[in-house]
Design a protein around this ligand. Structure first.
Ligand code: ATP
Ligand code: ZN
Length: 226
């Protein structure tokens, strides 16, 4: 059972952020016995519980006050924010600390063989993405009409098989782009993992003290890692 007096932290279960997130907590001195397939794990030495879920669920769990803190990429956070704003749903959160992992960018990429002549090249083009809200905001701000469809996975293969003219996807090294003969032409969002919390005041003073202690330790860990 989840105990509301203990600090609840949501982090990614399986994926690019999961090991770094666990490592961060361990380096902060939090002893936790994480078991595979287990949604919630309990710290033995601090009043902290860890909930491991898909990264897409983390911003919502924080905004809906199911958990106190979350570790998630800014890309996922911003996408959820724009989605909620478009539906006039509540969307309160604070970024407590930017972290030193999960560094990537959400970029527009087109096939090598196409010459890029600037953002106008995307006019009326069809773009595959897992980030429709960030993509739409980017082009709306620029006043450019475009079409898109959502692919949650294998986005990079879409142009090669004739499904789209371009992609809007996360990039870190660029190796996947190269494999698919794509060139990155515009960065629409730079991202890294961050620690987020619910918006505004905590009723429980002990939790505020614990959160502040955790932030201090996280800062120390990041500094020590250089
Ligand atoms: P989940 O099953 O939890 O939904 P996912 O497949 O959506 O996982 P991952 O590929 O594990 O997500 O990526 C998690 C996060 O890692 C991304 O949202 C992003 O913040 C960060 N990240 C860093 N580099 C990359 C990259 N090259 N490609 C994708 N994500 C990256
Ligand atoms: Zn995801």
């Amino acid at each position: 059972m989840f105990n509301k007096n203990r600090l609840r932290i949501a982090m990614q279960n399986k994926g690019r952020l999961s090991q770094d997130s666990i490592q961060l907590l361990i380096q902060c001195g939090i002893k936790i016995n994480l078991k595979k397939q287990q949604l919630i794990s309990f710290s033995e030495n601090m009043p902290i519980d860890v909930m491991r879920v898909r990264d897409d669920d983390i911003p919502g769990l924080v905004m809906d006050k199911v958990v106190d803190l979350g570790i998630v990429g800014e890309n996922v956070l911003q996408e959820e924010k724009l989605k909620r704003q478009s539906r006039l749903e509540k969307c309160f959160y604070t970024i407590l600390q930017h972290l030193d992992f999960g560094i990537c960018r959400l970029s527009l990429s087109i096939p090598y063989r196409h010459k890029y002549i600037g953002i106008q090249s995307f006019k009326n083009s069809c773009i595959a993405t897992s980030y429709p809200f960030l993509l739409r905001k980017y082009f709306n701000d620029q006043g450019i009409n475009f079409k898109f469809f959502i692919l949650n996975g294998s986005v990079e293969v879409a142009p090669g098989v004739g499904l789209s003219n371009a992609i809007c996807d996360l990039i870190s090294t660029g190796a996947t782009l190269e494999e698919n003969r794509l060139q990155e032409v515009e960065v629409i969002h730079s991202s890294r993992a961050c620690l987020i919390s619910q918006f505004g005041g905590y009723v429980n003073n002990e939790k505020i003290i614990l959160i502040n202690k955790l932030i201090t330790r996280i800062k120390g860990v990041i500094k020590a890692r250089g």
